[in-house]
Design a protein around this ligand. Structure first.
Ligand SMILES: C[S@@+](CC[C@H](N)C(=O)[O-])C[C@H]1O[C@@H](n2cnc3c(N)ncnc32)[C@H](O)[C@@H]1O
Length: 313
């Protein structure tokens, strides 16, 4: 997630009364987002790492779900490789940028989806209710047919790059919802801001800004995308927490750092002004990019789950 210095989001502090999942917080960011992040040298490098992972799993002809697509950079990249993308975001302003960027690209469908409202269990309850009604009316076989229809997968896989998952406070709902819609064996990849990022406390600590230096350790901060915009809560789930919430439906198959040597976006400018240092950090990032044990120390970690053939007990 882009994390500070205009037009990137400026984190606020003070956790009282935060409500999570107010996607309007991102509306004011949409227009400047690519200039502040996607089109910066470090942003491009990090997105390249994500796209290499997507390319490892998704093939032309696949249909994938993108969650929190922002300005549609990854959706367009995948579509140019023959992959059909349902690109979703809760912010209409972000979706407008995605639609404009992907205009004429028939393989991208941009659609509003608020991840905070997703629940697998509710679908289950609804299905059970309908099954019970059908059983009463028609006997067991029709109820079983309904169950089979419900399990028809919509997508071959899914992903979310750079922080949309940090806008939730509980991931069981989205995991359950995905569990019902990703085909068995399908991959879900998530780029998530880590609670243990080393850069942030070092950089902000050295500059005497302790509130910012320690914000991830509080696990929940207030984020305001634009100075006059809505605020929303940002959380920092650990790899373990996310894995536990996904575990009933998905097994974790891969984790790696994303921004271990390269800094969070509010420090991009400092490094980009020093091209030799930037090249060195990029080389280190590439060298240690698969170091699973260092993933939690990065700005984001990238975690991949595979949909189980059947739900875990
Ligand atoms: C930091 S941006 C990342 C955008 C994009 N994935 C990228 O790689 O550049 C986070 C995105 O998550 C979206 N978002 C925040 N809360 C959301 C929610 N509850 N449901 C869906 N999207 C959400 C925001 O609107 C924003 O576009």
């Amino acid at each position: 997630m882009v994390s500070s210095s205009p037009p990137a989001p400026s984190p606020l502090h003070g956790e009282g009364g935060i409500t999570s999942g107010d996607p309007a917080a991102f509306d004011g960011l949409a227009e400047g987002y690519d200039a502040a992040f996607s089109h910066r040298p470090i942003g491009r490098f990090l997105r390249g790492v994500v796209q290499a992972r997507l390319a490892a799993h998704f093939r032309a002809g696949d249909h994938v779900l993108e969650m929190g697509c922002g300005t549609g950079e990854d959706a367009l990249w995948l579509a140019e490789r023959g992959i059909r993308v349902t690109a979703t975001d809760a912010s209409e302003t972000m979706l407008a940028v995605t639609r404009a960027k992907c205009a004429g690209q028939a393989l991208v469908e941009a659609r509003r989806l608020d991840l905070a409202g997703l629940r697998g269990e509710e679908d289950e309850e609804e299905l059970n209710r309908r099954d019970a009604e059908n059983t009463e009316e028609y006997g067991d076989s029709t109820a079983k047919t309904q169950s089979t229809q419900r399990n028809t997968a919509e997508w071959d896989g899914g992903f979310s790059s750079f922080g949309a998952m940090n806008c939730l406070e509980d991931w069981r709902g989205v995991a359950g919802w995905l569990g019902e819609r990703i085909r068995p064996g399908g991959i879900v990849g998530l780029g998530v801001m880590s609670p243990w990022c080393v850069w942030e406390p070092l950089w902000h600590g050295l500059h005497g800004d302790w509130r910012t230096a320690t914000r991830r350790w509080r696990r929940k901060t207030l984020f305001q995308g634009a100075a006059d915009g809505q605020a929303t809560a940002v959380t920092y789930p650990s790899i373990g927490r996310l894995s536990r919430d996904f575990a009933p439906y998905f097994e974790r198959i891969h984790v790696q750092p994303l921004g271990l040597f390269l800094p969070p976006s509010d420090v991009f400018g400092v490094i980009e002004k020093r091209p030799r240092l930037m090249r060195l950090l990029m080389a280190l990032e590439a060298r240690f990019g698969r170091a699973r044990l260092l993933a939690a120390l990065a700005d984001h970690y990238w975690v991949e789950f595979r949909r189980r053939e059947s739900n875990a007990d």
